[in-house]
Design a protein around this ligand. Structure first.
Ligand SMILES: C[S@@+](CC[C@H](N)C(=O)[O-])C[C@H]1O[C@@H](n2cnc3c(N)ncnc32)[C@H](O)[C@@H]1O
Length: 306
């Protein structure tokens, strides 16, 4: 006997199946997966509850529910994630952009819009660790006169970010570069000329990765997560190298882990006051830690004034 399933039946099956898992929102995930299969929006699942779904779509939906139940991130199934009000294409091999990172992007947009760089015709921004292009492309989208040089060591990340720049119509405002941190910036001869260096580098201590949610630990790229033994490897390298590229009134702004604020402040203070570097002009004087809404450290900024 062929069983006919309605939209409502399938959502219920999805909720029951996913409800046994620990890390998802069974109702929302079931709706999103069914919308994906049927190519409809969420409201359709409410207004067409009694619609019978064809058997091919039922099979497809049930397979996706099983995949989701195994911990596979829903963003990789749907191939998208919203960030700063923009739709980003994502796939396995690239970090899914997080809402936390919007704090970093909003800070930069705010400071530019408040006129910090008023005298400049074109701001040069470097983003270290492109990923999907979330930071790079949001800045390119929301800020008028900017060019973003965006570096990643991962081919998959650069391929995804390039596709996102095409979809968002931002190709002329970004240059994607493959390489290790500042290496491609150096090759382009961008010493002493960058107005903003921004980064959300890998910052999870290696031993903590296996304790993250399964969907992160098992499916998101280690290259985007692993910050070395204490999580600070990339910050040490960035702090060690940034001043060669930053202009005299430039800003350095990085996302940090919830408990890394004082470590980052110390890294930047030590750099500022080190005998080798003290004579250099372009050390941002003021180092601040910006917290997220939960009160955790989220962003570190080095800037010349308050
Ligand atoms: C935490 S993810 C951030 C991605 C994106 N900016 C975001 O906020 O969603 C860090 C990124 O740094 C990249 N990465 C890791 N090591 C790198 C290196 N040595 N040089 C450049 N990028 C690197 C990873 O491939 C990954 O895309």
């Amino acid at each position: 006997m062929v069983v006919a399933y309605t939209i409502e039946d399938l959502i219920k099956i999805g909720i029951e199946t996913l409800g046994e898992g620990e890390y998802n929102n069974p109702l929302l995930d079931s709706q999103l997966l069914l919308c994906h299969v049927l190519n409809v929006d969420k409201i359709y699942t409410y207004t067409h509850k009694d619609q019978v779904v064809d058997s091919q779509s039922v099979d497809k939906f049930l397979k996706l529910i099983d995949k989701r139940k195994s911990g596979y991130p829903i963003q990789y199934i749907l191939e998208k994630q919203e960030f700063m009000g923009l739709d980003f294409y994502v796939k396995e091999g690239v970090l899914v952009p997080r809402p936390d990172t919007e704090i970093l992007v909003e800070y930069i947009i705010d400071i530019v819009n408040k006129g910090y760089f008023n005298d400049k015709d074109l701001l040069k921004i470097v983003d270290i660790g492109t990923g999907s292009g979330a930071i790079t492309l949001s800045l390119a989208h929301y800020l008028k006169n900017v060019h973003v040089y965006s570096v990643d060591i991962s081919d998959t990340a650069l391929q995804v970010a390039t596709e996102n720049s095409r979809r968002l119509g931002l190709e002329s405002k970004v240059t994607f570069l493959k390489g290790d941190l500042f290496e491609p910036i150096d090759k382009l001869g961008l010493q002493n000329s960058i107005d903003i260096i921004v980064s959300n580098p890998p910052y999870i201590p290696t031993k903590d990765i296996s304790e993250l949610q399964k969907e992160v630990a098992e499916y998101e790229p280690k290259l985007a997560l692993d910050g070395g033994e204490d999580g600070l490897d990339y910050y040490r390298r960035i702090v060690n190298g940034y001043d060669k590229y930053l202009s005299d009134d430039g800003i350095l702004a990085m996302e940090i882990g919830y408990d890394q604020g004082s470590a980052l402040k110390k890294l930047l203070d030590d750099k500022k006051t080190s005998p080798v570097d003290i004579s250099k002009k372009n050390h941002p004087h003021c180092i601040k830690i910006i917290k997220d809404l939960a009160g955790h450290d989220r962003v570190v900024v080095g800037i010349r004034s308050n």
